[in-house]
Ligand binder design. Structure first.
Ligand code: PHE
Length: 354
């Protein structure tokens, strides 16, 4: 084999090439599986060891040389192509920009985010649980046994597990997550639970699906004053007001003792809400000291531990803060509504107060 001739011919051939397809053809004819160099490499097996060494070396050198030459030619052709393209193609800067519409953050998500922000500042962490609950977690463990009149307080959606006929419910409040947490964790406990809840109810301040945020604190020495302080602090923060017109009313929940409800004053002007002033009251949360029976139901020693709990209506506080008069409008998925009441993702300062 005349190496120097092959070398000379090949390099010349490669030099004259003008496009990538041709270059690839040449590459295959030398370096491809059936190419010249590969064939010669295969033939080496038949040679004596000395000859094999010498010829092998030469073949390798030739192979590397051709490979390098092809590579640099490839770069050269690509550069020429690119330069040509840049000269040929022109950007039309006079084209008007395309219209695109920004998504908005739903006021419910915005409200949940700021509730989480404020309570995490007070040292609460976020817990969650299933929307489809057992009767035990939603009622019985919360001191609402079957046939207890308190079951009538909450119009429940019942469902049956087809497989084992177990009676399940769409959780009517976020309180079952209190039970799940207390059964799985040693005190001290300090959680909030934002989430969906369901009741068979619909009017301008009720919707069959709505959101609550539960709060639960279990330790050795908390009391009702701590509960009130915590809620008042939260609301002043949330509504960004130093003075807020609110009231605590004595109430009844089987899982707290004593129990209270908290209302915020508002005035309805035309179709919007003005909050924190006025003569009307909107109930926004239920609360109280955790009933010792509930602690014991969850395996927590009620002689050693106590705590408080609250359940906050997310839509209610969103309606007040953002002046939305009808709760059902939150879930009507009307684009004009969300454009008006929604929040810009990258502009958290507008309306949100964060
Ligand atoms: N779960 C109650 C409700 O939905 C609210 C509540 C929670 C009351 C925690 C007291 C303590 O009405």
């Amino acid at each position: 084999m005349d190496f120097s001739k092959i070398e000379k011919d090949t390099l010349e051939q490669i030099n004259s090439i003008k496009n990538l397809d041709e270059l690839e053809k040449i590459r295959l004819s030398y370096l491809g599986k059936k190419g010249l160099i590969s064939q010669e490499m295969k033939n080496l097996v038949n040679l004596e060891i000395d000859e094999k060494k010498e010829l092998g070396k030469k073949l390798n050198t030739l192979k590397n040389l051709i490979q390098n030459k092809i590579e640099s030619k490839r770069i050269e052709i690509q550069n020429i192509d690119l330069n040509k393209k840049m000269l040929d193609e022109k950007l039309d800067l006079t084209l008007p920009p395309r219209n695109y519409s920004n998504g908005k953050i739903h006021p419910i998500s915005q409200t949940i985010n700021s509730v989480i922000n404020i309570f995490s500042g007070m040292g609460f962490s976020v817990a969650d649980g299933p929307d489809i609950e057992t009767d035990f977690h939603n009622f019985t463990a919360l001191n609402i046994p079957p046939n207890h009149p308190a079951r009538e307080m909450q119009d429940t959606f019942y469902i049956t597990n087809e497989k084992n006929k177990e009676k399940l419910v769409l959780r009517t409040h976020t309180s079952p997550v209190q039970i799940r947490t207390m059964m799985n964790k040693e005190p001290p406990i300090k959680i909030i639970v934002p989430g969906r809840t369901y009741r068979c109810d619909s009017d301008s301040t009720h919707s069959p699906m709505f959101h609550q945020c539960e709060g639960l604190l279990i330790d050795k020495d908390s009391n009702m004053a701590h509960l009130k302080g915590c809620l008042i602090d939260f609301l002043k923060n949330f509504f960004e007001l130093d003075e807020l017109k609110f009231r605590f009313r004595p109430s009844y929940f089987p899982f707290t003792e004593p129990s209270a409800e908290m209302d915020i004053a508002y005035r309805k002007e035309k179709n919007t809400f003005k909050f924190g002033e006025g003569e009307d009251w909107l109930e926004i949360l239920g609360c109280g000291m955790v009933n010792p029976i509930v602690l014991e139901n969850c395996g927590i020693d009620s002689k050693n531990y106590k705590g408080f709990a609250f359940g906050l209506g997310i839509e209610r506080i969103a309606m007040l803060k953002y002046g939305i008069a009808d709760l059902r409008s939150f879930f009507e998925t009307d684009l004009r509504w969300i454009k008006h009441y929604g929040f810009n993702p990258l502009n958290l300062t507008s309306k949100s107060g964060l």
